[in-house]
Design a protein around this ligand. Structure first.
Ligand code: DQA
Length: 145
């Protein structure tokens, strides 16, 4: 049966496509949603994409995923490097979690090298541009099927 995959995005990713395109590219979150929906549909699944600039809202969406979603793809953006609350929320979620970073965080400033979310993530994709989201959905589908 088809399952729902949440695609969660943290702060400033609402500006994707316009924000520092030399780092994050020209595609928007709407483009990301279209690409992920196509990959999920091939396997009979569906995606729901969320973005918030607020840590608490991301925590609440992860809590909602406990009832609503079979898996989570998350780009926590800057909260990756600071948020124990998002890590704790993900630790209450039983399904697969894949962490995505559009840029290669390991090639950037040292404060981006550590991610709290990686302590929970079943897989991490970094530096593959926005294609990383679709790759993450493909991996999630393999884990779900
Ligand atoms: C990011 C990397 C983070 O360090 C940064 O704060 C972001 C985006 C990425 O997708 O490459 O906002 O998560």
């Amino acid at each position: 049966m088809g399952k729902t995959i949440y695609i969660l995005n943290g702060p400033n990713l609402n500006l994707l496509g316009h924000r520092q395109p030399e780092i994050y590219g020209h595609d928007t979150l709407a483009d990301v949603e279209t690409a992920c929906a196509a990959v999920a549909a091939e396997r009979g699944h569906a995606v729901r994409l969320f973005q918030s600039n607020h840590e608490g809202e991301i925590v609440e969406t992860i809590q909602a995923a406990r009832q609503d979603a079979a898996a989570i793809v998350i780009n926590p953006a800057a909260y990756s490097h600071s948020s124990i609350a998002i890590l704790d929320a993900l630790n209450t979620f039983d399904g697969p979690v894949i962490e995505v970073h559009i840029s290669n965080i390991h090639k950037r400033e040292s404060f981006r090298h550590h991610s709290y979310v990686s302590l929970r993530a079943d897989g991490v994709i970094a530096g593959c541009g926005v294609e990383g989201y679709a790759l993450a959905v493909r991996r999630i589908c393999s884990l779900l099927d």
